[in-house]
Write a protein that binds this ligand. Structure first.
Ligand SMILES: Nc1ncnc2c1ncn2[C@@H]1O[C@H](COP(=O)(O)OP(=O)(O)OP(=O)(O)O)[C@@H](O)[C@H]1O
Ligand SMILES: [Mg+2]
Length: 253
C-alpha cells in the first residue's frame, strides 16, 4: 500500500536541475528518510510535495489522488503537514499559542480573524485542548506559557513538530528536525518519531544526523545533485558504494 507517490518529479531553476526525475513511494506507518549532501535537492523536493513550488515535470499522488496542481493551502486539511528547515515561530506568541495556530486550518474561525479578536470561543477551547495533548505528547509542559522564541532552540524545533501535528496529518514531512539538538534532545526526538509513526502517521524525514536516520528509518532515499542515487533499508544504504562515494571525505555512517 502507498500513501504518497512521487513520480518522475523534476524542478528546474534557470539552468539548475535542483530535483531531477525523482521517483519513490511512501507507505502508511513508515518513516522514510531523504538524505544527501548539501544542495542535493532535499528541501526542494519537500517544497514540491507541499506545493510551495510548481513542478517542472512529473506527478505527485496522495492516496491515489493527483495533487500535483492542488493549491498549497488545501494540503493540510487533506492530511499533509510539514515543518521547515529554518524555525518559523510567531514572535510574541507562547508555545501553546504557536501550536494552536497549526489547528486553525480546520477551524470555522480563521487565524487572522482570531488575531483581530473575532474569536470563536468553542473553537479556541477545542484547539487549546488539542494543543495541550501535543504538548504532553512531546514533553513541552514546562514551556507551555513561555514565549516560544525565548525557549531553548531544541524545544523550539519540537514546537514546530507539535504545530504540524495539529492538523492530524497522515503524512508528516520534517526538514532537519534534529538540527541544533543536543544528544539528549536527539534521543527524545527519535522516540517521538517512533511514537508518531505508531499513531499511524507516515513520516518523511530530511536529516543530516545519520545516527537518527539509521536508527529510526524504515527506508532511506539518497539524493545527490538532484537525482535519486539510491533507495533501501538503512543497512543497504550504509553498504552502498555509490552512496559512500557521494559522501566521500565525510564520516557519515
Ligand atoms: N528558489 C530557488 N531558486 C533557485 N535555486 C534554488 C532555489 N531553491 C533551491 N535552489 C537550489 O537548488 C539546489 C537544491 O537546494 P535544496 O535547498 O533543495 O538542497 P538541500 O538538499 O535541501 O540542501 P541542504 O542539506 O543544504 O538543506 C541548490 O543548488 C539550491 O541553491
Ligand atoms: Mg535543505
Amino acid at each position: 500500500m502507498t500513501i504518497l507517490k512521487v513520480q518522475n518529479v523534476s524542478k528546474v531553476f534557470g539552468g539548475l536541475h535542483a530535483v531531477d526525475n525523482v521517483s519513490f513511494e511512501v507507505k502508511p506507518n513508515e518513516i522514510l528518510s531523504v538524505i544527501g549532501p548539501n544542495g542535493a535537492g532535499k528541501t526542494t523536493l519537500f517544497n514540491l510535495i507541499t506545493r510551495i513550488y510548481d513542478l517542472s515535470s512529473g506527478n505527485i499522488y496522495f492516496q491515489n489522488q493527483d495533487i500535483s496542481k492542488v493549491e498549497a493551502y488545501k494540503l493540510a486539511s487533506m492530511g499533509i503537514s510539514r515543518t521547515f528547515q529554518n524555525i518559523e515561530l510567531f514572535e510574541g506568541l507562547t508555545t501553546l499559542e504557536n501550536i494552536m495556530v497549526g489547528g486553525y486550518i480546520h477551524g470555522k474561525c480563521g487565524f487572522v480573524e482570531s488575531m483581530f479578536g473575532f474569536r470563536n470561543r468553542s473553537e479556541d477551547k477545542r484547539l487549546e485542548k488539542m494543543a495541550k495533548e501535543k504538548i504532553n505528547l512531546i514533553g513541552l509542559q514546562n514551556y507551555e506559557h513561555s514565549e516560544a522564541l525565548e525557549i531553548p532552540y531544541g524545544r523550539q524545533r519540537m514546537v514546530e513538530v507539535a504545530r504540524a501535528l495539529m492538523t492530524s496529518p497522515k503524512v508528516l514531512l520534517l526538514d532537519e528536525p534534529a538540527a541544533g539538538l543536543n544528544s539528549v534532545e536527539s534521543e527524545e526526538l527519535k522516540k517521538l518519531l517512533l511514537r508518531i509513526r505508531g499513531d499511524g502517521v507516515a513520516i518523511i524525514l530530511i536529516e543530516h544526523d545519520m545516527e537518527t536516520v539509521m536508527s529510526v528509518s524504515d527506508r532511506i532515499v539518497v539524493m545527490n545533485h538532484g537525482q535519486k542515487l539510491a533507495e533501501g533499508t538503512p543497512s543497504e544504504i550504509q553498504q552502498n558504494q555509490e552512496v559512500i562515494k557521494a559522501y566521500l571525505g565525510e564520516e557519515v555512517f
